[in-house]
Design a protein around this ligand. Structure first.
Ligand code: FE2
Ligand code: FE2
Length: 173
C-alpha cells in the first residue's frame, strides 16, 4: 500500500469518528429540546458512523497496515438553534464526507489499487443513501415550518429507527 493511500485512509478513520462525535452532540442537543425521537435517530446515526470508521480500521489491518488514531475534533454547535439547523448541519456534513469518499475512490483508480477500489464502493453507495435520508427529513421539516404539532409527529416517526450494524463488513459480522 502506498503512503498516499495509507494517509488518506487514516484521515478517513478520523472523519468517520468525527461524524459519530458530531451526531452524538446533535443527539444531545435534540434530547435537551424534548425531541427524543429525533435524538434516537441521531444516536443511531452516531453508531453507524462508528461502524464506518471501523470499516477503514479493519481494511488497513487486513492489508497489513497499522491504523493511526488521531485526536477527534470538538463538534461546533454554536450555529445550531433548532431541529432544522440540526438536519441542515447533518446534510452539509454528509456532503463533505461524500467528497472525501470520492477522493479515495479517485486515488484508488490513480494508484491502480483494485482492492481499495472494490472496498470503497460500499461507501460510495452509502453516501447516496446518507444524503437522501437527510434531505428527506429536511423536506418534512420545511413543510412543517413552525407548526409544533407537525414537528411532534416527525419526532414520533424518527423514534422508530432501529440500529442495524453498518459498514462494508457488517453483513459478514
Ligand atoms: Fe460514514
Ligand atoms: Fe454518514
Amino acid at each position: 500500500m502506498t503512503n498516499k493511500i495509507k494517509d488518506i485512509l487514516n484521515k478517513q478513520i478520523n472523519e468517520e469518528f468525527y461524524s459519530s462525535y458530531l451526531y452524538l452532540a446533535l443527539a444531545a442537543f435534540l434530547e435537551k429540546q424534548g425531541l427524543k425521537g429525533a435524538a434516537n435517530w441521531m444516536n443511531i446515526q452516531a453508531k453507524e458512523e462508528n461502524d464506518h470508521a471501523l470499516g477503514f480500521y479493519r481494511f488497513l489491518l487486513d492489508r497489513n497496515e497499522e491504523p493511526v488514531l488521531e485526536a477527534i475534533a470538538k463538534p461546533d454547535l454554536s450555529n445550531i438553534k433548532n431541529i432544522k439547523d440540526v438536519f441542515n448541519a447533518g446534510l452539509k456534513h454528509e456532503q463533505h464526507i461524500t467528497a472525501c469518499i470520492s477522493n479515495i475512490h479517485q486515488l484508488a483508480k490513480e494508484e491502480k489499487d483494485s482492492a481499495l477500489e472494490s472496498f470503497i464502493k460500499w461507501y460510495v453507495d452509502e453516501q447516496v443513501e446518507e444524503e437522501a435520508n437527510a434531505i428527506e427529513i429536511l423536506d418534512k421539516l420545511n413543510l412543517a415550518g413552525h407548526e409544533g404539532s407537525v414537528i411532534y409527529m416527525i419526532d414520533q416517526e424518527l423514534k422508530a429507527r432501529t440500529y442495524i450494524p453498518s459498514g462494508p463488513y457488517a453483513a459478514a459480522a
